[in-house]
Design a protein around this ligand. Structure first.
Ligand code: MGD
Ligand code: MGD
Ligand code: SF4
Ligand code: MO
Length: 735
């Protein structure tokens, strides 16, 4: 007899958090479509969400631990795998010391039920002196700005686009990404709704993206010059008497310092550098100030660039100056139903933020928020001497594709004495591992987003139980706890994962002010579901373990498969800002100190070609090209180039170009299109799958090229250490 069941769950793949309806027959996913009753996404989804079954059933997905001996991989049991990890990790500790071990944390950590909640436990137990992450090729500039302005690196405000009348989008393309540091289903639909209520959306981007096509106006900009543009907008706001802080006025300090900082950044002074005429800059400033509710938003194009921190900071500055901060339709802080662990105060910075507390060994890069650029990793592995990295744990990361100077990192990983990867695939990075410990598929584990609700347009939430529960093997949180112990030198047999988990949970309970013994008494299980219940029950709508009648618990969510919604964003700056002054620090000295670097940029000619990155709706960073149904259609890994530049370079549509930078060269098919502004070419990131040993049968057939082989590792936004992968000087010639 066959049984067919229907399940409701949240897609974990991106920040849109769509509700799915999943039909399963005999352990096989039959159909996935949108859950039209989902309180948050209301029937929205994208093509990736319908492929969770493909990912689950993918024959290339690793289901057992893999151990490598030379070029030979063998599947082994969990005990044998951990025994091998012990041997390898302890080998490095014994010969080179604990400082020779580190970790790289990848993007899916932020999307995975276990990993997101337990990566902190892993790092705490392992006690690494430093770690690396995808964060320094992503949002590190925004983290720096928010740490200094609001007091917590993860206190990131988001645009309330569902209620705004004017949206200025800079360096983000939600048509492909579905929005980032901005959680809202159907972002493009919101652009239509802004227009329907008489408003306007303007996109500032070197490329006329799908988002720009849907918006009302596209303003091309020279990559890396957004900070200059925003300073000029601020200049006009001051000059024309348009500054009005509104409700947050008495909460903000530093307005005069901002006024002084933008004094010489007149529209005329920046126009040539940005290639935006002064009249347009003045008009944008007046439109922002004149709209009833307006909001500026910046994303990866503003972070992964030469002046990432200045640009990310100035986005918020302009929102504050126009009275659009902490009010509906402007820039607001989210209010998650379950508080994210990252919202807890970090004792490291109890006495204020200090950067450069230590430096990387080889290039001397200053530490920023506890990390140095991921582009340091290759040289830290490859350069002999005291402190050389000999052992690496990667957790849901593929830095051989996603990190700058990819060729060097690829080579360096091959020389490690111990490499352990917690990953679901044998791919470009994990092929170098000695042991791969596979995670679960999305459908094998529960889900409730940990961090993303922090910047969501509504206070909603949705718990998804596992569709194919796995009781026969460790879940990723257990893997992390055990690996942390092994990295710390504990013996495998002595590691008590339950005790580590209880200790972690106890510390979190203490942070809520409740009594650990009492709270722990409510549970007969540990793991991420206990933490989730704790963060719901002690959150803004929680039952506080009975103290608040009718308050929410995880059980409340189990009873509501389409989720729970507690309404739109509300003003909360007064409640959450936690700087030492208690104020919004509009002009942190650390960030102002970077202005001379920007000033010197104004004089720099930009006559050559520069390379930027792009995303596509049917890709997800580097790891979903193995899903056949997403790979249909024309080649996506192409070089986009403006007709004038193509003519000058002598390359033709459909031909192959050689693109080179100081870091490397690639041959890639050409797409000539006026969606690029002249002087700027674009490659997608996340490709280059045809390396030896990669076990991705579909992706190998559509290998593409790795654009990070062109990204020089020394190019970083100096004050955050974030990689500059947008605005790389390149040359293009026929291949
Ligand atoms: N040139 C250029 N480079 C970029 C960017 C760019 O725009 N341009 N963008 C940057 C950004 S924003 C990011 S976030 C990074 C991404 O950088 P990474 O996080 O390093 O790369 P991903 O491609 O997301 O790789 C995810 C890895 O996790 C594995 N994985 C997927 N799901 C799971 C899971 O549930 N559990 C486990 N254990 N493993 C899983 C996949 O197999 C893959 O190996 O790339 C950055 N690099
Ligand atoms: N389908 C899909 N969705 C994803 C991902 C994915 O790989 N695929 N990745 C996820 C991740 S990890 C992230 S971080 C988010 C990122 O989300 P987004 O920030 O929306 O990412 P992109 O689509 O790369 O859009 C970045 C835009 O910045 C522009 N840009 C580049 N340089 C500059 C510059 O100097 N100035 C300005 N103004 N613009 C510039 C590019 O042309 C591009 O249009 O997406 C997430 N969602
Ligand atoms: S937009 Fe697509 S990938 Fe993102 S959560 Fe929704 S269905 Fe999943
Ligand atoms: Mo990202």
């Amino acid at each position: 007899m066959t049984t067919s069941t229907v399940h409701y769950r949240t897609c974990p793949l991106c920040e849109a958090m769509c509700g799915l309806e999943i039909q399963v027959q005999d352990d096989e996913v039959r159909r996935i479509r949108a859950d039209r009753e989902d309180v948050w996404s209301r029937g929205f989804l994208c093509p990736k969400g319908t492929t969770l079954g493909h990912l689950h059933h993918d024959p290339d997905r690793l289901r057992e631990p893999m151990v490598r001996d030379g070029d030979r991989w063998s599947a082994v049991g969990w005990d044998a795998a951990f025994a091998r990890c012990e041997e390898l990790l302890h080998g490095v500790r014994d010969t080179a010391g604990p400082g020779a071990l580190t970790a790289y944390i990848g993007n899916p950590v932020a999307h995975n039920f276990s990993l997101g909640r337990y990566v902190g436990l892993f790092m705490g137990v392992a006690g690494f002196p430093m770690i690396y992450s995808a964060g320094t090729v992503d949002q590190w500039p925004k983290n720096v700005a928010c740490a200094l302005m609001y007091g917590n690196m993860w206190l990131i405000p988001a645009p309330d686009i569902a209620r705004t009348d004017y949206w200025l989008v800079m360096g983000g393309n939600p048509q492909a990404s579905q929005g980032s540091l901005l959680a809202c289903p159907d972002v493009l639909g919101e652009i239509d709704r802004i227009r329907e209520r008489g408003g306007k959306t303007v996109v500032i981007d070197p490329r006329r993206t799908g988002t720009a096509d849907r918006a009302d106006e596209w303003v091309p900009i020279v990559p890396g010059t957004d900070a200059a543009l925003l300073l000029a907008i601020a200049h006009v706001l001051f000059e024309d008497g348009l500054v009005d802080l509104g409700d947050v006025a008495e909460l903000v300090v530093g307005v005069d310092a901002v006024r002084a900082a933008c004094r010489d950044f007149t529209p005329e002074a920046v126009a040539e550098t940005c290639r935006i005429d002064a009249a347009t800059i003045r008009r944008l400033a007046h439109e922002l100030a004149g709209a009833r509710r307006a909001v500026v938003y910046g994303r990866i194009g503003l972070c992964n660039q030469e002046f990432g921190t200045l640009a990310s900071w100035l986005v918020d500055v302009v929102n504050v100056l126009t009275g659009n901060f902490d009010r509906p339709g402007g820039m607001m802080f989210g209010k998650p139903i379950a508080w994210p662990l990252a919202s807890l105060p970090n004792p490291q910075w109890a006495n204020g933020y200090q950067f450069g507390r230590w430096r990387s060994r080889v290039r001397g890069a200053p530490e920023v928020l506890g990390q140095v650029p991921v582009s340091c990793l290759a040289e830290e592995i490859a350069t002999p001497g005291e402190g050389q990295i000999r052992g690496l744990v990667t957790i849901a990361g593929n830095p051989v594709i996603s990190a700058p100077d990819a060729s060097r990192l690829d080579a360096a990983l091959g020389g490690l004495d111990a490499m352990i990867s917690v990953d679901n695939y044998l791919n470009e990075t994990t092929r170098h591992a000695h042991v791969i410990l596979p995670g679960l598929s999305a459908l094998e584990q529960p889900h409730y987003d940990e961090l993303i609700w922090s910047w969501a347009s509504r206070s909603a939430g949705n718990y998804s139980p596992a569709i194919f529960p796995r009781l026969d093997r460790p879940h990723e949180w257990e893997i992390l706890a055990r690996l942390g112990g092994l990295c710390a030198g504990m013996r495998n047999d002595d590691i008590d994962v339950g005790a580590l988990d209880d200790g972690f949970c106890t510390a979190l309970i203490e942070a809520t002010g409740l009594t650990p013994e009492v709270v722990l008494g409510h549970y007969d299980h540990g793991g991420p579901e206990r933490l989730l219940d704790l963060t719901i029950r002690t959150g803004p709508w929680g039952d506080r373990y009975g103290a608040v009648p009718d308050g929410l618990t995880l059980e409340s969510f189990r009873a509501e498969p389409h989720g729970i919604d507690r309404g739109p964003m509300v003003p909360r700056a007064r409640e959450v800002v936690c700087t030492r002054s208690g104020k919004i620090e509009l002009a942190p000295d650390y960030i102002l100190g970077d202005l001379p670097r920007l000033r010197s940029r104004l004089g720099r000619a930009s006559d050559g070609l520069v390379l930027i990155s792009r995303r596509h709706l049917r890709s997800n960073n580097s790891w979903m090209h193995n899903v056949q149904v997403l790979m249909k259609g024309k080649d996506r890994c192409t070089l986009l180039i403006h007709p004038d530049d193509a003519a000058r370079a002598g390359v033709a549509h459909g031909g192959v170009a050689r693109i080179s930078s100081e870091a490397g060269a690639l041959d890639v098919p050409v797409e000539v299109t006026d969606e690029m502004m002249p002087g700027v070419v674009s490659l997608p990131h996340g490709w280059g799958h045809d390396l030896d040993g990669v076990q991705l049968s579909v992706a190998r057939e559509h290998a593409g090229v790795n654009n990070n082989r062109l990204a020089p590792g020394h190019l970083v936004d100096e004050i955050s250490g974030n990689a500059v992968v947008n605005g790389i000087p390149v040359e293009v010639v026929p291949a």
